[in-house]
Design a protein around this ligand. Structure first.
Ligand SMILES: Cc1ncc(COP(=O)(O)O)c(C=O)c1O
Length: 359
C-alpha cells in the first residue's frame, strides 16, 4: 500500500508558523507510517500484541532492565511506577520543580502517597535535604520512593550528572527507598552526556520514557524495571484503563522512535544552542545556555512580560510558551531548520525594537 506524503513544509516555503512551544508537536516520520502498516497485531488485553512485546523487550534491553510495559503516556508511566512501588501514606520525594511534582501532583489523590518537594539546583535535588527526608520520618511517614527527572524540563532541559544520580540512588537504597526516573527526555540527556541510556537507567529501579517528544512517535511511553515491578505495573495499568487492544499500531511507531530517532537529537541540541546564542545578542534578553533542546528566555529587562512577548511573537509567526511572568520556553525539534532558528531570532529582534519604539 502506498504511504501518503505527510512531510512537513520545509523552511523558507513554510506555510505554518515556527513552532517552538514543545517537542511534542513533532509529527510521525514516513518510516513510522510504513511500520504501522506492516506491524503484526494482537490483543494486548488478551494474549498479547507482538509489536508491543517487541517494543517492551527492546526498551528493557536498551535500559538494562529485566522487563518493560507500554503505557499510553509518560504521565501514566510515572503514575503506575509510583503505585507499583509505594503503599498508601508513603512519602514520595522529588525535586521541587520536577514534572511529577508541578504537573502530575494531583495524582497524589489516586496514590494516597504524600509528595514531598526537595529543593534543587538545575534539577538536581539537594542531597542534604533528601537525606533528611529519608531519615526523619516525622514520627509517622516513611519515604518509600525517590523520583528524579532527566533531562529536567523546568530546569531548562538540564541533564543530571551520573555522579549526582548515583548519589541519590545509593542514599535512597541505604534508607530502604526505591528510585524512579521520569525519563520522558532520557534520550536527550544520554545524547548530551555522551553516555548510553543504560548508564543513566543504572541509577534507578524504574524508568519512564516518552516516545512522543523529540523522538516523534505519535503517542505512548514505556515503563521499565525489574520483572516483579513490571508484573505489578501491568495489573495497575489495567486498573487505570491503560490496557489497549491492537496497541502495536502505536508500538510500531515507538520502535522506529527508539531505533532510529535518538542520534538526531544532537541536531535539536545544536539548534537550541544556536537559538540561545542569537537571543543573548539581543539587548534586554537573557537566554539560558542549553545542554539539550530547551531554551529559557528571561524577558524581564525588556519591560514586557512573557505573555505579551508570546503574543507579539505569535503575530510574527513564531510560537513560544510563557513559562512564568518573566520566562519564555522555546524547544527545538525535528521540524525546525537552522533557517527557522535564524528567522525566530529575527522575530525576537523585531519585537524588541517595536517595543523600544513604542516606549
Ligand atoms: C519531564 C516530563 N515528564 C512527563 C511528561 C508527561 O508526558 P505525557 O504528556 O506523555 O504524559 C512531560 C510532558 O511534557 C515531561 O516534560
Amino acid at each position: 500500500m502506498a504511504v501518503p506524503d505527510r512531510s512537513m513544509p520545509c523552511a523558507g516555503s513554510r506555510a505554518s508558523p515556527i513552532d517552538l512551544r514543545s517537542d511534542t508537536v513533532t509529527q510521525p516520520t514516513e518510516a513510522m507510517y510504513e511500520s504501522i502498516l506492516k506491524a503484526p497485531l494482537g490483543d494486548d488485553g488478551l494474549d498479547g500484541d507482538p509489536t508491543a512485546v517487541e517494543l517492551e523487550c527492546s526498551v528493557a534491553a536498551l535500559l538494562g532492565k529485566e522487563a518493560a510495559l507500554f503505557v499510553p503516556s509518560a504521565t501514566m508511566g510515572n503514575l503506575v511506577a509510583i503505585l507499583a512501588q509505594t503503599t498508601r501514606q508513603d512519602v514520595v520525594a522529588m525535586e521541587a520543580s520536577s514534572h511529577i511534582y508541578i504537573a502530575e501532583r494531583a495524582a497524589a489523590t489516586l496514590t494516597g502517597a504524600f509528595y514531598e518537594p526537595i529543593a534543587g539546583t538545575a534539577g538536581a535535588m539537594s542531597l542534604d535535604r533528601l537525606e533528611y527526608v529519608l531519615t526523619e520520618h516525622r514520627g509517622r511517614l516513611k519515604t518509600g520512593l525517590v523520583c528524579m527527572e532527566t533531562s529536567h524540563n523546568n530546569a531548562g532541559g538540564t541533564a543530571l550528572s551520573l555522579a549526582h544520580m548515583r548519589e541519590v540512588f545509593d542514599m535512597s537504597k541505604r534508607h530502604g527507598a526505591s528510585v524512579h526516573l521520569d525519563g520522558a527526555r532520557l534520550f536527550n540527556a544520554a545524547v548530551a552526556l555522551r553516555v548510553t541510556p543504560d548508564a543513566i537507567a543504572a541509577c534507578t529501579d524504574t524508568v519512564t520514557i516518552c516516545l512522543s517528544k523529540g523522538l516523534s512517535a505519535p503517542m505512548g511511553g514505556v515503563l521499565a524495571g525489574a520483572n516483579s515491578i513490571i508484573g505489578k505495573a501491568r495489573a495497575i495499568r489495567k486498573m487505570l484503563g491503560g490496557t489497549q487492544r491492537q496497541v502495536g499500531i502505536a508500538a510500531a511507531a515507538g520502535l522506529v522512535a527508539i531505533n532510529s530517532m535518538v542520534a538526531r537529537l544532537d541536531d535539536d541540541h545544536r539548534r537550541a544552542a544556536l537559538l540561545s546564542q542569537g537571543l543573548n545578542a539581543i539587548d534586554g534578553l537573557t537566554a539560558s545556555h542549553p545542554q539539550t533542546n530547551i531554551v529559557q528566555v528571561d524577558v524581564s529587562a525588556t519591560g514586557s512580560d512573557a505573555t505579551h512577548w508570546a503574543a507579539s511573537l505569535g503575530r510574527m509567526g513564531v510560537l513560544v510558551r510563557p513559562w512564568s511572568r518573566s520566562l519564555l520556553r522555546c524547544v527545538t525539534h525535528r521540524h525546525l531548520s537552522d533557517g527557522d532558528v535564524e528567522a525566530a531570532v529575527q522575530a525576537f529582534t523585531s519585537v524588541n525594537s517595536n517595543e523600544a519604539d513604542a516606549a
